[in-house]
Design a protein around this ligand. Structure first.
Ligand code: EPU
Length: 424
């Protein structure tokens, strides 16, 4: 059943919103469950489509998974299958993260070529290099990869050519059970990584330096981790919190963003402040007031703590309302500015420079249109643009938005937006 959002724009938003757990943290906790001898409990899990897909893949392999509200309990048995289902895995690129712990625990894993992705090529070459460095053998046919570690995995030094978030997480999860010491250099420092490492350390892993560019893992030599009933609590979604900050910058009357970690958003807050937005920062909440006059500011997306690529699209959407020109420089993914064509159809004035850069000329009046979401974050940007526009917009292909945002229209409507989910 196809669904779209019918959005009646130009409503100011006022009130409080609760931030869900981070999709990109919970996905990796689900993968980490494979390293545990006992049942792993994960709470504050956002029930978004990508989490559902990851759970389906694990169940398909034979894992026992219980789900209630925002909690998951996962028990991995010794007879878990080691071949990831092709159709399911292709729907979510993060399924590749499961391959590391399966290889580490069972000595073998098979997985299909990762599915196509609209935000760029997204190869897995560095994952393969990482496993090879730990002494795994890799073979490849037209449809799948097989990675084996017949003699177990051996710790090694491994340097990432480029910083990769899931690459770092996968390597970390693979090395936890290996023999000897693994040192990951040029590791990604995103906050989801030290959060996962800290929990794994409570359960028998030995990981040092997570959150910095060098991570040292002393392998357990095959000994599985044990949670002893402890729960891993998913950290708040900094991208969801940042999305509400960005929305608040143009529509906040004001909006209080609760249950977030403001320290994870320093650069986003600084950027919005220099655009003239007033933000109050508290321990675990933020309040944002819409700017009287929004000023143009350029951004360059970067690894954490830089401006996150996952907030580039919504930020660009609000720069259409700013006085002046803003250069938006997307450095992480080469296809992540394609959605700007849809904003141009809505009346935005945007000059493409190359695949990585555009200039937004503001302010311009946006007009309601029928638009198609191409990925999670572009989809959110279209919701933002539709909420700014006069009239009724249709945002289609909202499966993409549901992949990453939990109850997004309910949260926005509770603040005063007018968004209907319509089934066709
Ligand atoms: N890359 C390679 N080879 C590899 C792996 C990555 O060349 O083997 C390249 C990518 O093509 C990209 C760059 O390295 O140009 C960095 O990508 P990275 O690997 O860091 O991205 P990712 O791990 O696939 C995660 C998030 C993304 C988020 C990026 C950057 C998950 C499940 N996904 O992706 O989240 O944009 O890090 O922060 O954690 C989203 O939630 O909408 C999303 C896309």
């Amino acid at each position: 059943m196809n669904q779209y959002f019918l959005i009646n724009g130009q409503k100011l938003l006022k009130g409080e919103v609760n931030i869900s757990g981070a999709k990109n943290a919970a996905l990796k906790s689900i993968a980490a469950s494979i390293l545990f001898e006992d049942k792993l409990k994960i709470d504050n899990v956002p029930f978004v489509e990508d989490i559902r897909r990851m759970v389906e893949i694990l169940k398909n392999l034979g894992a026992e998974v219980n789900q209630s509200e925002n909690n998951l309990e996962i028990k991995i048995n010794q007879n878990l299958q080691t071949g990831l289902n092709e159709e399911l895995s292709k729907r979510i690129r993060a399924s590749i993260v499961l391959a590391g712990p399966i290889l580490a625990r069972f000595g073998k894993v098979e997985f299909p070529y990762p599915g196509g992705c609209v935000i760029g090529k997204r190869p897995i070459d560095m994952f393969l290099e990482g496993w090879a460095a730990l002494d795994a053998e890799i073979s490849e046919t037209k449809s799948k990869f097989t990675v084996t570690a017949s003699n177990g995995l051996t710790g090694a030094d491994f340097t990432f050519r480029n910083i990769s978030v899931t690459g770092t997480e996968t390597m970390m999860l693979t090395a936890v059970l290996a023999n000897g010491v693994t040192v990951i250099k040029n590791a990604a420092p995103e906050p989801e990584i030290p959060a996962l490492a800290a929990f794994l350390n409570e359960c028998g892993a030995k990981i040092e330096g997570a959150g910095t560019s060098v991570i040292k893992i002393t392998g357990t030599n095959g000994k599985l981790l044990k949670s002893n009933g402890k729960k891993i609590t998913t950290i708040p979604d900094r991208i969801e919190a940042g999305s509400f900050l960005i929305i608040g910058a143009v529509l906040g009357n004001p909006i209080k963003i609760k249950n977030c970690d403001p320290n994870h958003l320093d650069v986003v807050i600084k950027t919005l402040e220099s655009a003239g937005v007033k933000i109050e920062k508290n321990k675990d909440s933020l309040i944002v007031w819409r700017a009287g006059v929004l000023k143009s500011v350029g951004i360059k997306t970067r690894e954490y703590p830089g401006f996150p690529t996952d907030l580039q699209a919504p930020f660009l959407a609000i720069m259409t309302q700013a006085e002046g020109d803003s250069l938006i420089f997307e450095t992480v993914f080469e296809g992540r500015l394609n959605y700007t064509e849809e904003l141009i159809r809505m009346g935005a004035r945007i000059t493409p420079c190359d695949t990585h850069r555009v200039i937004v000329h503001g302010p311009s009046e946006l007009h309601a249109r029928d638009i198609e979401s191409s990925d999670i974050r572009a989809g959110l940007a279209f919701i933002v643009a539709a909420m700014i526009s006069k009239g009724e917009s249709k945002v289609r292909n909202i499966y993409q938005i549901d992949r990453g945002y939990e109850n997004i229209e309910k949260k926005l409507n509770a603040l005063g937006a007018d968004i209907k989910r319509v089934s066709e």
